[in-house]
Ligand binder design. Structure first.
Ligand SMILES: Nc1ncnc2c1ncn2[C@@H]1O[C@H](COP(=O)(O)OP(=O)(O)OP(=O)(O)O)[C@@H](O)[C@H]1O
Length: 347
């Protein structure tokens, strides 16, 4: 009965759910997650290739679980080039299927195989930040940004898996059981009420991972990852993060050891000053001081970016970056008095 109610709720706003087999053929399995299996399929009427996410709910479950319902409700309301496109819902044998546009693969798979150049990482990050800025503008936090939730097709990026997303406008209580611990923002570890800046933190981690092929906050456990944050970003103090010592988990997670901030100098060895400045702002411990996705898009690092022109695909389908030997010199003065001179190649 409740199962029917759930479908009625979903279909109430002109959503027609059809039985899966009347329209789609499942071709192969393309992904597994904690909440479902994703298949490649084809729409028999249009011949379009689609991704079909099966939302598992056991026989005795009462309708679609809250996470699945949240994913459906949020995903279908979004219209953004950087978010995977929701197409329709289907059902079969008491299971619900989200039909989405099909993408080539996720970034985790791509990162395990390919080494990204800085130009490619820049293209990827610009699109990820655009997707986040769109979500944040609507009051939605993704809360689970990580390489396997970012899809690409020839480096056109789409964020997927809105199962953990929260619409801040709905004023629901916040859980701290969010984000994979290697991408988790410090305020979540410390038990502070959080906002869309948690996604910016995850994006900053992803940026480093794309360039270094390793996650700076990799840890076997949540505690390990948090220790890594402290070791690289420094121990937060009242001077650097006002109110940090009063946070719920402060005394549990932070002892007397005072780590200096060394992330900046590690990044400088490999990255341009502008990029270091951007990542530094994305990985600022205090969420109030951390850059927003919208402001990050306007950072000088992205000045002149043209996604279409930079990437060309060669005949074998491999990504190749077109470069020219022209250089460009820019001087940037930051409000904190820092002055950066950048000599960069024009692309
Ligand atoms: N539209 C798509 N096109 C191609 N592959 C996809 C698509 N959607 C998902 N996938 C693949 O399926 C995987 C799992 O999808 P998704 O993250 O939505 O499932 P989940 O059960 O919510 O996962 P999680 O365990 O992260 O919560 C992705 O990492 C990706 O590899």
């Amino acid at each position: 009965m409740i199962q029917n109610f759930t479908f009625q709720r979903i279909s109430s706003s002109s959503m027609q759910t059809k039985e899966l087999k009347s329209k789609f053929i499942i071709q192969k399995n393309i992904g597994y997650g904690d909440y479902g299996t994703v298949y490649q399929g084809v729409n028999m009427h249009t011949r379009e290739t689609v991704a079909i996410k099966e939302l598992s709910h056991r026989i005795n479950d009462q309708g679609i679980n809250a996470q699945a319902l949240r994913e459906i409700e949020i995903l279908r309301s979004l219209h953004c080039d950087q978010i995977v496109l929701f197409k329709e819902l289907a059902y079969q044998n008491r299971k619900t299927y989200i039909i989405m546009e099909y993408m080539e693969e996720d970034l985790l798979t791509a990162m395990r195989r390919d080494i990204f150049t800085e130009v490619q990482a820049k293209q990827i990050m610009f699109q990820v930040l655009k997707g986040l800025a769109y979500l944040h503008d609507l009051g939605i936090i993704h809360r689970d940004l990580k390489p396997n939730n970012i899809l690409h097709k020839n480096l056109t990026i789409k964020i997927c898996d809105l199962g953990m997303a929260q619409n801040l406008k709905k004023f629901k209580p916040q859980t701290t059981r969010i984000q994979n611990h290697q991408y988790r923002a410090p305020e979540v570890f410390l038990g502070q009420k959080y906002c869309s800046k948690v996604d910016v933190w995850s994006a900053g981690v992803l940026f480093i991972e794309l360039l270094f092929r390793s996650n700076p906050f990799k840890g076997q456990s949540e505690a390990n990852s948090f220790q890594q944050i402290l070791k690289l970003c420094g121990t937060p103090t009242e001077e650097t993060w006002q109110g940090v010592t009063t946070l719920k988990n402060y005394s549990k997670l932070i002892n007397n050891e005072n780590f200096p901030k060394i992330l900046h100098s590690l990044l400088e060895r490999k990255m341009s000053p502008l990029l270091v400045n951007l990542i530094d702002q994305m990985l600022t411990l205090d969420p109030n001081k951390r850059i927003s996705a919208q402001t990050a898009l306007q950072h000088l690092y992205f000045k002149g970016i043209n996604i279409d022109r930079c990437l060309i695909i060669n005949e074998t389908g491999k990504k190749r970056v077109k470069t020219q030997s022209q250089t460009d010199t820019q001087v940037h003065n930051y409000p904190d008095g820092q002055r950066i001179i950048v000599i960069s190649k024009k692309y």
